[in-house]
Ligand binder design. Structure first.
Ligand code: GLY
Length: 437
């Protein structure tokens, strides 16, 4: 068996989780992460190249004879890193820029869904703030969703409780340019009340293999309140995502998406992220709906999924790149996993950096993982905070409750000034089990 070098592009907890799992493969000789962070340098090697330095990444991949490049974040996808690597003859897990438009342009994604009859909320797109505001004034007052059409680091979606909040979101995005160019076009869509579930899928463009369902907690504060973030914690599996729901999602969403990509002549190799909502019984919407696509692994969903994946991730990704996913084994552990994000105080707004991180992990916490995101090393050699989402603590066990106990024991033992985390990850699932919801 020929061993290969693998490069993971990115520096978040998602890339830490992916590189950790990839490095366990008998196929992987060395795993590099560019640029990575100090939490990753035990099993992997750091290459000091920015995730958006496309020329630098292509040059490094060629010089080091990378056998596989895995692109973590959306920005290098949007910049065409996959296209450039393919042109250079390098195997890459991650879609070309044209395919990544499913994530990088919300209006493109909505048109795609409309064209291929994929269930999603009714919407309108606007490039004029005055027209968007007029549209909101004409709609009945109530919850409504305003999305920046371009990339906004997971912060460009406002679930407005009423018209006033929606008008403010339009003003901030389109007039104040809160998200720069990304907010100059907005998508305004119906609010659908229900339960959000993420389903990620491996695909080589011919075959698509969904992963176990994950529920992310995007709101900053407990009970799903406060501003939207990139995600504050997650767990899997999710009981409301029953085998019947999974079958429905497969026939109404996942397969039509793959067929739609083929019909539109879009080659897609990589991970496709389906952000779904299962509407509540009193919603006008029936059956699972797509809230968003992403052209990459979710963060923090990935930190949970790598713990449940039994099969070899390097082999799965290579099978996608080589167009033979249909023959590849993709097996999952029959266990539960959960994760909690430790964020800097102030995130998703402004926050301080350089706070020293101390970890005093009790031995009984066992096989929990601390996947580093926004961390750096200071001049004294101490690990310090350097981003909004600092560390994602993850664990698996035979039950969700046991997995959460392990996670929270390690979370409590991981300290930095201003540390913020949610204490109620998986609250809906736990309440359902107690018969409260
Ligand atoms: N957790 C949400 C995302 O990755 O977009």
């Amino acid at each position: 068996m020929e061993k290969i070098k693998v490069l993971v592009v990115g520096n978040g907890a998602r890339e830490h989780a992916l590189s950790w799992k990839l490095s366990q493969s008998p196929l992987a000789d060395k795993v590099y992460v560019a640029p990575g962070n100090p939490g990753m340098d035990i099993m992997t090697r750091l290459a000091p190249i920015d995730a958006e330095d496309i020329d630098g990444l292509v040059k490094f991949s060629k010089e080091e004879n990378m056998g596989l490049v895995v692109i973590g974040p959306e920005a290098p996808l949007a910049l065409g890193l996959a296209d450039r690597l393919i042109e250079a003859g390098v195997k890459v897990f991650g879609p070309k820029a044209a395919a990544a438009r499913l994530e990088t342009s919300k209006s493109f994604a909505k048109e795609f869904m409309g064209r291929h009859n994929i269930p999603t909320a009714a919407y309108r797109t606007f490039t004029s703030a005055a027209e968007a505001s007029r549209y909101l004034e004409e709609k009945p007052d109530g919850p409504i969703v305003v999305k920046a059409a371009g990339l906004a680091q997971g912060k460009g979606v406002t679930v407005a409780k009423n018209r006033a909040e929606a008008l403010l979101a339009v003003k901030e995005m389109m007039e104040d340019k809160r998200f720069g160019e990304a907010g100059l076009e907005v998508v305004i869509e119906d609010f659908i009340d229900g339960e959000e579930v993420t389903v990620l899928a491996f695909t080589d463009g011919k075959t698509i293999v969904p992963m176990p369902p994950v529920q992310d907690h995007k709101a900053l504060e407990e009970s799903d309140t406060g501003p939207n973030t990139g995600g504050m914690g997650a767990y899997s599996p999710v009981a409301v995502y029953t085998p019947e729901v999974a079958a429905l999602v497969e026939t109404t969403i996942i397969k039509p998406t793959l067929e739609g990509l083929k019909a539109d002549g879009i080659d897609y190799c990589g991970c496709l992220y389906f952000g779904l909502i299962l509407p509540s019984a009193n919603s006008a919407y029936k059956g699972p709906q797509v809230i968003e696509y992403n052209a990459r692994f979710g963060d923090p969903e990935t930190e949970v999924l790598v713990l449940l994946l039994k099969s070899d991730l390097t082999a799965i990704m290579l099978s996608c790149v080589e167009g033979r996913l249909a023959e590849q084994e993709v097996e999952w552990r029959d266990e539960s996993a959960a994760c909690v994000v430790l964020a800097s105080g102030g995130y998703p707004g402004d926050y301080a950096k350089g706070k020293v991180i101390t970890e005093n992990v009790p031995s009984f916490v066992g096989a929990s993982m601390a996947f580093h995101g926004g961390t750096a090393i200071n001049e004294k050699g101490e690990i310090v905070t350097a981003g909004g989402r600092v560390i994602t603590v993850a664990a698996k066990s035979t039950t969700l409750e046991k997995a959460l106990d392990k996670v929270y024991a390690r979370v409590e033992a991981t300290f930095f000034e201003g540390r913020h985390f949610r204490r109620d990850i998986a609250h809906r699932e736990l309440a359902r089990r107690k018969g409260e919801k």
